[in-house]
Design a binder for this molecule. Structure first.
Ligand code: ES4
Ligand code: ZN
Length: 326
């Protein structure tokens, strides 16, 4: 079964590029940029990756990304992830990034986007992997800075496929960003939002996302199983869900996404599986995450193929391109 998962063609839509920053690269970039990390070595740093909830994870994740400064840094980060994904037979990936965190530190939007895009072009040539880029609004920062990030990115519109909404969900419903999503849509971008499992008011957030914002995808979203009405609506819309069993497995013990994969599949939802923040989750990339999900939910080979078919179908690419991949 593990071999089947390893060789199966795959696609990934829920991976935060800053969450693919491996300890070794963090040390290398810190040295290159003259930044001192408060750890003796990579092992000590990795040992500090202890989380008990989403905020305690996010604090470590945001602190870690401070070593990303130059265009070359963003290039190296993206190329390393794309090489790893391609080595696992990921044919296509759409990657999140959190520009507000970089703008805040004085790193220009151009530096971030052009570095990542240079890596995307190289990876397409070197490894045959295609990719898209999704600008995430950091929902617990001032919404005004999210609008500034969008405005700064729009001159680079052709480098993006969509916008997302991530970070700490508590007290920050998707509806708070309605104007941001409307502006992104007007520019032809797709929309997805994180509605993480077992956060506060998750069902209300899912309803806002589907009914009010008419999102194109939902990230996580497993609490939808509590509402047959919303399940029916999601199916009617053909919405896909990006479920991250590894992240939830590590942050909340046995709770979270790993618990909902079987139920979501049985409910007939378009489930896709993704790695979220692999460098912070024991370096579990898509193959390892699928192996974890397979074991926990007793997924059959047919179901695994269905999950990856769902993923290919959910790509924010033209139909002609998708037909070639299938
Ligand atoms: C994130 Cl809400 C959330 N979950 C996992 N990784 C993240 N990176 C930024 N926001
Ligand atoms: Zn995420």
């Amino acid at each position: 079964m593990a071999r089947f998962i390893r060789v199966m063609p795959k696609a990934e839509y829920h991976v935060h590029l800053e969450g693919t920053l491996e300890g070794e690269m963090k040390f290398m970039l810190a040295q290159r940029n003259g930044i001192t990390l408060p750890f003796a070595d990579v092992a000590a740093m990795k040992a500090s990756y202890q989380y008990h909830d989403l905020p305690s994870f996010l604090a470590i994740y945001y602190d870690g990304m401070k070593v990303l400064v130059t265009e070359q840094d963003f290039h190296d980060l993206a190329l390393a992830y794309l090489a790893k994904a391609a080595s696992q037979n990921v044919l296509h990936t759409e990657m999140f990034f959190d520009p507000q965190e970089h703008l805040k530190r004085g790193v220009a939007m151009e530096t971030v986007i052009l570095g990542i895009s240079r890596a995307r072009a190289e990876a397409a040539k070197l490894y045959g992997i295609s990719s898209g880029l999704i600008l995430c609004f950091v929902r617990d920062l001032d919404p005004h800075t999210a609008m500034e990030a969008l405005d700064a990115a729009l001159p680079y519109r052709e480098h993006l496929v969509g916008v997302g909404l991530d970070s700490d969900e508590k007290g920050h419903p998707p509806g708070k960003f309605a104007a941001h999503f409307a502006k992104a849509r007007a520019a032809g971008l797709k929309v997805t939002v994180h509605c993480d499992v077992n956060q506060e008011n998750t069902l209300a957030h899912i309803r806002q996302a589907i009914v009010d914002l008419k999102v194109d995808r939902i990230d996580h979203g497993g609490n939808i199983l509590q509402s047959p009405e919303l399940v029916a609506l999601a199916k009617q819309r053909g919405l896909s869900f990006t479920v991250c069993p590894s992240f939830s497995g590590q942050v909340r013990g046995e709770g979270g996404d790993i618990e909902v994969v079987r139920g979501m599949l049985d409910a007939g939802l378009n489930v896709t599986i993704a790695s979220d923040d692999p460098a912070y989750m024991g370096s579990e990339y898509l193959t390892e995450v699928l192996i974890r999900a397979q074991r926990r939910s007793n997924l059959t080979k047919a179901e695994l193929l269905q999950i990856e078919r769902n993923a290919i179908n959910a790509a924010w690419l033209g139909d002609e391109y998708k037909a070639r991949m299938l």
